[in-house]
Design a protein around this ligand. Sequence first.
Ligand code: MEV
Length: 420
Amino acid sequence: MPSSRIPGFYKLSIDRRIEIVKEFAGLSDEEAEVLKHGKFPLEVADHMIENVVGLWPLPLGIATNFLINGRDYLVPMAIEEPSVVAAASNAAKMVRESGGFQAEVAESVMISQIQVVRVPDIEEAKRSILAEKGKLIELANEMDSLLIKLGGGARDLEVRTVETDAGPMLVIHLYVDTLDAMGANTVNTMAEGLAPTVERITGGRVYLRILSNLADRRLARVKAKFAKSSIGGEEVVDGIMWAYRFAKYDPYRAATHNKGIMNGIIAVARATGQDTRALEAGAHSYAARDGRYTSLSEYWVDGDGDLWGSLELPLAVGTVGGVVRVHPIAKLALKILGIKKASELAKVIVSVGLAQNFAALKALATEGIQAGHMKLHARNIALAAGAKPEEVDKVTERMIREKKINLEKAKEILGEIRGG
Ligand code: MEV
C-alpha cells in the first residue's frame, strides 16, 4: 500500500493531485475523468428525489496523512468550508508520528422502534412480548432473506416502558445486524411487518414503526496520541486540556466543539454518500445521553506529558445499497478509500472526526482560528488573481505580511514578481 503522506499535496495542480489519487487508488482513466469533472448524470438525480431541476455541486478535497490501524488512507471530503481538509491532514500528520489512529467498531446493529399505546396491562404485555421474542425475531427475519443469507438479521428484542403525560407506553426495540448497509429500509420494513402481531400480543395500538437514529449499538471509537514534541510542547497540551474541559462542562461550548468534530465526519460522510442528517442526529443525541449535552471527545495527558484524544459516537454508515449504489462520485470516494466494509468506513470517519477536533482545539488554544483561515483565504485570492502554482506562496505570504488580502493587492504583487 502506498503512503498517504504526500508532502506539499496542496501546492500541486489539480491535474497532478488527480494523478496521484488515481495511482494510489488504482482508478481507471474513465474514473479519473468522473472525478475531475464531477460527472453526475441528471437522470440519476431524477430517480433519487422529486422535482429535480439540476445539481448542487460541492468541492471534493483529499485529506492526506491518515494512518489508521496501520493502514494508509487518502480520505475524500466534500465540504464548502475552507481549512477543514487542511486541518484534518495536518492533525493526521502529527498522529502518524506517534503510530497513527487506533479505531474500532463493536457491532453494526440498528435499532428499530415500535411504539405501542393504550396497552391494557403494561406489565402483562411486556411479559407476553418477551415470551414471544423468538417468534417475533423469526418473523422479522422472514422479511429480509438476503440479509439473513449474508449473515445479518434481527438478533434481539427488548421492551421499554416510557412514561408520558398521557400515561405509559410500551416501546419495543428490535436489534438488527444490517452488516454493510446503513439499514434504514430493512429495519423500517421489519418494524412495520411486526406491528400487527405486536398489537395482537399486547392488546394495544401501534403507532410509530421506525428506526432510531440514536444508533448506540453501532458505536465507532478511536484514540490517538498527540506527542507533546510534535504539537508544540507543554503549553499547547495545557491549552488543549482546558479547551476540552470547557466543552466537557459547558453545553454552549460543547455544541461548537462537536460541530468541529462533525466538520470532518460529515465531509467524509457526504463524499461517500451517507445519510448525513442521520449521523448528525445520532451524534448529538449521543452527546446528551446522560441528560446533559457534553463533548463527544475526551482528552487526557499520560505520564510522559503527551496528549491523548479519543472519540466515540454512533456511526450508522453503509457501503452497499442506497445512494452508494447509484452515485458515481460516492462509489469513487469508496474506491479511493479502498473500503468495502461499513465497519472500516466508520473507523475512518471517526478518525477524521478526532483529527478535526484536535486541529480546532490546537488552533483555538494557540494562535486562534482566524490565522489559518486567512492563510487559506489569501491562497484562494492569489489563485483567483491568476498566480501560477510556483507563485502562490510568495503572493500569499506578502498579502498576509502586509495585512492586505484582496484581489487588487494580489494582482499588484503578481505584477511586481513577474516584472522582475
Ligand atoms: C468551525 O467550523 C469549527 C470550530 O468552531 C470548532 C471548534 O470551535 O472547536 C473551529
